[in-house]
Design a protein around this ligand. Structure first.
Ligand code: IMP
Length: 183
């Protein structure tokens, strides 16, 4: 594996290495063990929140050893900024969730507004249950209370990119996670 760059620039901002791919996979493994244990008999529907969660979801779901279905949903709240806009738009495909156990897969939970609105929206589909798994969580940033049953790692209120997370649409394809250098 090639060594990660220690600092990178995206648009007008500089970022430094925060979590390497090796560490990321350790957290994913811990999560997948819990999820395998809890969901083996549930035939769950994993709902991947686009676009940020695709890398995390691919790693996590490759480790899920039991029958399940996978759906996607588009959500957008940050626009081109590093601060959540609070306005969440969903791009719904046809979802068949009635009486299913739904597990939302999120890259990161920040204010909680996206997840909260999504859970409210999904209730209209009458699933048997709704839970969420997030790779990262910033608990100090919460504006609304929202249940996240599975969390990979809690972090400080800082802006991060990589492993699906972007700054104005750049940085998603980075294998490692980087944090903003405040200037
Ligand atoms: P929330 O609605 O404030 O919880 O924000 C959730 C969404 O905002 C996430 O799914 C991400 O797309 C985005 N987001 C939150 N924090 C960050 C970050 O540090 N970097 C990049 N995107 C973020």
């Amino acid at each position: 594996m090639s060594q990660s760059e220690k600092t990178i620039q995206i648009h007008d901002k500089n970022f430094k290495i925060y979590l390497t791919r090796v560490k990321i996979l350790e957290y994913v493994k811990q999560l997948s063990e819990k999820i395998n244990r809890d969901l083996k008999d549930k035939n769950p529907v994993f709902l991947i929140v686009l676009k940020g969660s695709v890398f995390f979801a691919a790693d996590l779901l490759r480790e899920f050893k039991y029958p399940c279905s996978i759906e996607t949903i588009g959500a957008k709240s940050y626009g081109n900024s590093t601060v959540s806009s609070g306005q969440v738009t969903f791009y719904l495909s046809s979802l068949y969730l009635k009486d299913r156990h739904v597990i939302i897969i999120e890259d990161i939970v920040d204010t909680g507004l996206t997840l909260k609105s999504l859970i409210n929206k999904l209730k209209e589909y009458e699933p048997a249950s709704i839970e969420a798994v997030a790779f990262l969580s910033k608990p100090d940033q919460r504006k609304v209370e929202v249940p996240v049953k599975y969390i990979g790692l809690e972090i400080q209120p800082e802006f991060v990119v990589g492993y699906g997370l972007d700054y104005a649409e750049v940085g998603r394809n980075l294998g490692d996670i980087y944090t903003l250098i405040e200037e």
